[in-house]
Ligand binder design. Sequence first.
Ligand code: CAA
Length: 251
Amino acid sequence: MKKIALITGAKGGIGSAISSQLVSDGYRIIATYATTKNSAENYRRALEWLNEKNFNQNQARLMELDVTDTNECAKRLGALLGEEGQIDLIVNNAGITRDSIFKKMSAQSWYQVINTNLNSLFNVIHPLFSSMCEKRDGRIINISSVNALKGQFGQTNYSAAKAGVIGFSKALAEEGARYGVTVNVIAPGYTDTPMVREIKPEILESIKSKIPLKRFARVEEVAKIVSFLASDAASYITGETVSINGGLYMK
Ligand code: CAA
């Protein structure tokens, strides 16, 4: 029987590469995508993505999910568990930026980023965690960022949320260990995605010049780490943060 992986923000830059990687690793994936006001158009775009990816119905299932909505997640993920029987792997990848210097940051930008990047971990993992524990097997991989480790000008909200992801993961790793559930973090550096391409070109060039490997990460490079942490080869790794940042920050 195929193992089942839930990937949040599956259509995004890194999420899309993780989706392809896990399907080629033999997983059936539940690919979640964000809720928008125009639900029909949203679904059409998700289907388009699915078709581009060439995933069949056994390999992938789409799911609209607002990861910031605690009640919706509890309801939909509870139902999903009933339908699929089990979730073997959760990849919390959904994330947003609302960059601004702190003096100018709105409360909305603060809360949107904390809700999407950190509170989502409670919302998504909580409805599924007990079943992983009962099965005495499960993998959770949370995507953080180099900017959780080093801080970043203009990202007090994002750095705080992504640092929270690391603390949360270490604590949950402690709790999951007795049930054979591992919890790990990947902290990518600047990766070639639409999110990074939004940064002003001159700022982006200055960031690149500070990266020892002088380039951004490729999405596939990040996806390979997900694949490894989900594999049997990583069965003794838990509570760990794997950096992939071209040397931008060395602990
Ligand atoms: N260190 C110190 N000072 C800096 C600075 C830095 N890194 N960057 C800018 N400043 C200074 C500027 O020189 C300027 O000073 P003056 O007022 O004296 O001229 C002041 O701070 C204001 O800077 P800006 O004019 O740039 O302010 P802005 O409002 O136009 O832009 C910003 C602010 C949007 C945060 C912009 O600086 C920016 O985009 N920075 C990059 C943020 C970033 O790295 N985001 C990562 C997104 S991708 C991601 O998050 C994925 C991941 O995990 C890595």
